[in-house]
Design a protein around this ligand. Structure first.
Ligand code: GBH
Length: 510
């Protein structure tokens, strides 16, 4: 395995914005289309708290966080009780769109049966409050908080029974909220549900799978549940409610390793493509093309389940737009026969990672977020163009999450979150570059509105543009909140030629 340091010598730095004399004062204004959608995002278990109120049932994250995490979402940002204050703050920042998720166990405490009136009432109140403050709600049905009863009775997403359960839950949500909610997302990042929940065990329910069979099986069921929910929406609700429905997928960009003096080797290029297919094509190919990628079928064998012809028909075209969450990039190379070696994951032979026959590497010159994730705006540009080329989603691409964790031990540090401002500015500028080259991006949501429960890492990682003091529940907008306000107000970003992460970005010679 080639080390990251030995790679660096061969990589040629590229200035993100070409031309000029390098003076730091030059600023370019990048304008966005008039109807571009700006917003922020959150998820139910990460912010709501009130775990045992309003008739809420337990989710797999209640169980998993108690057993295996430093913190739980018992209180989180106490948004369940403070949503009015949070919506007012959003309005005062000039934010006009908000993506949140519904907690399935608030609607169906045991995952089946009639809607729990108190849970429905909470989301009615939240949605009405948003609309009254001029904020458009975009709603995710599943951001990882599966009712515990479905895990106990059916093995969660490993059980086929969860597919009709999700369909039933989705129908309750469309019926209750679809008069006011016009943008729906079925799943947030099924990759995480399956790889982290049933492969590595880092996420709830904490299952593992050395050969990857559980990873692919849970993914298969997520896809079928997505298709079933979309079918219900299109047949029973969309004609009258006239909303759009889609899915949100996550992916890093994989840049094939290349030396400055030689063309990218074909096997590394193939490995990069393969790794992006395993991350994104696994879900997006069935939805936009009607089946899993050929490469996955060939390498996974029977561990990757098959769709019936009827299921393929239901899946194909089952997303009105592509929701994309993006955080980071890697250099990757072909690892030959069966190994997966990564700077961020555990080495593995076989299984979901091993099947990819790739190695993910980092670059020592890349800045890192507090998660240790590399800051590579140009990778975002390339990923957006890759999505546009492969899927050309008719309803466009919505970036439903992008952001970074910053170590902010004090309020003073948090309100001067220059690193986050530079990160967001760099990524939004890169998105603009992709749009100029034909990527049909229609919206961008910063993750996250509030500091919140960062899953297995608890409250130690802060992603918010608004600081949360977990002792007092005080909210304080950071510099990044003011940055987003001004981006929304001007519908533009200002790109300084000396912007951090731009000129410092490294890129191989293409
Ligand atoms: C999102 O997941 C979630 O939707 C959100 O709930 C969460 O709070 C937020 O991001 C921040 O984590 O680069 O080393 O981790 C993003 C999860 C992050 C999973 C990148 C895949 C790639 C390997 N993704 N990760 S590494």
């Amino acid at each position: 395995m080639q080390t990251a340091v030995s790679i660096a010598k061969h990589l040629v730095p590229r200035t993100f914005v070409e031309g000029g004399d390098g003076a730091g004062s030059e600023v370019t204004t990048l304008k966005f289309p008039a109807d571009f959608v700006w917003g922020t995002a959150t998820a139910s278990y990460q912010i709501e708290g009130a775990w045992d109120e309003g008739g809420r049932g337990l989710s797999i994250w209640d169980t998993f966080s108690r057993a295996s995490c430093p913190d739980t979402g018992d209180v989180a940002c106490d948004h369940f009780h403070r949503y009015q204050e949070d919506v007012k703050l959003m309005q005062s920042l000039g934010l006009k769109n908000y993506r949140f998720s519904i907690s399935w166990p608030r609607i169906q405490p045991t995952g089946r049966g009639p809607a729990n009136a108190e849970g429905v009432a909470f989301y009615h109140a939240l949605i009405d409050c948003l609309l009254a403050h001029g904020i458009t709600p975009l709603v995710t049905l599943y951001h990882w908080d599966l009712p515990q009863a479905l895990e106990t009775e059916h093995g969660g997403w490993l059980g086929r029974e969860v597919v009709p359960a999700f369909e039933e839950y989705a129908r309750l949500c469309f019926a209750a909220f679809g008069d006011r909610v016009k943008t729906w997302l079925t799943f947030n990042e099924p990759w995480c549900t399956c790889v982290l929940g049933y492969g590595t065990g880092e996420h709830a329910p904490g299952a593992t799978s050395a050969d990857g069979a559980k990873v692919y099986l849970s993914g298969h069921h997520c896809l079928l549940a997505h298709a079933a929910a979309v079918d219900v929406y299109r047949r029973e609700f969309q004609p009258a409610q006239r909303g759009a429905i889609g899915i949100t997928l996550n992916a890093n960009w994989n840049e094939p390793l290349a030396h400055s003096d030689v063309a990218i080797a074909a096997n590394h290029r193939d490995a990069a493509e393969r790794m992006t297919l395993w991350a994104l094509g696994w879900f997006a190919d069935p939805i936009w093309k009607g089946d899993y990628p050929e490469e996955m079928r060939a390498r996974c064998g029977p561990r990757l389940p098959s769709f019936t012809e009827e299921e393929k028909v239901l899946l194909k075209g089952s997303s009105d737009f592509l929701g994309l969450n993006h955080y980071s990039s890697d250099f990757v190379q072909d690892s030959g026969d069966g190994d997966f070696i990564s700077h961020w994951g555990k080495p593995s032979k076989g299984g979901y990672f091993g099947d990819q026959h790739g190695t993910a590497l980092t670059h020592p010159a890349w800045a890192r977020t507090d998660m240790g994730w590399s800051v590579v705006p140009w990778g975002f540009e390339k990923l957006l163009l890759w999505c546009q080329r492969r899927y050309s989603p008719a309803g466009g691409i919505y970036v439903t999450e992008n952001g970074c964790a910053v170590a902010e031990p004090t309020k003073e540090a948090a309100i001067k979150d220059d690193f986050r401002v530079a990160f967001l500015n760099g990524y939004v500028a890169a998105m603009h570059q992709a749009m100029e080259q034909g990527a049909d991006v229609r919206g961008y949501f910063a993750w996250s509105f509030l500091d919140n429960f960062e899953w297995s890492l608890g409250y130690s990682k802060r992603f918010g543009i608004v600081r949360v003091d977990y002792d007092t529940q005080e909210r304080t907008p950071k510099a990044s909140a003011r940055w987003l306000s001004s981006v929304v107000a001007s519908n533009a970003v200002q790109l300084a030629r000396d912007a951090r992460f731009m000129d410092a970005a490294t890129m191989h010679a293409a």
